[in-house]
Design a protein. Structure first.
Length: 147
């Protein structure tokens, strides 16, 4: 039985694009990625010198973080993991590698890197999540070499 690798790649990209669009619809737009902003600010507050760029979401978020109950500011919490997991989509095999806020064209944007492994290759997907427009996806496929 022959299979067309390009057709399989296209199907994988379509499923990833659907998952990203669904995520953007759920958390972006009128919600402006509030959950992700909040967790990013919390991460930056609790983990000094973590290497992430500091993007102030708003004075409201800063005040919310400072008023959190002490149990939310536990030393046992992995704040980076909490922030990164807030970017997980409904596609369980699409793993989150990194997420970073930035400004492009005077608009806030989140640059998120996902990876989807398979038996013979893996896809790396770089997504720009915009607050007021559709996300942009760039796909890279890498074959796993077997020696």
């Amino acid at each position: 039985m022959m299979f067309d690798q390009d057709a399989i790649d296209d199907m994988v990209q379509i499923e990833i694009t659907k998952a990203v669009a669904s995520f953007a619809y759920k958390y972006g737009g009128q919600h402006n990625f509030q959950k992700q902003k909040f967790l990013f600010d919390l991460f930056n507050l609790k983990v000094p010198n973590n290497g992430y760029a500091k993007l102030r979401a708003s004075k409201v978020f800063d005040e919310m973080v400072l008023k959190l109950p002490e149990q939310m500011l536990s030393r046992d919490t992995d704040y980076e993991a909490e922030f990164l997991s807030s970017w997980l989509t409904e596609l369980p095999t699409l793993l989150i590698l990194a997420a970073e806020p930035f400004i492009q064209d005077s608009m806030p944007c989140w640059f998120v890197v996902y990876q989807m492994p398979s038996a013979s290759c893996f896809f790396t997907v770089m997504v720009k999540y915009w607050e007021h427009r559709d996300p942009q996806c760039n796909f890279f496929r890498a074959d796993l070499s077997r020696e």
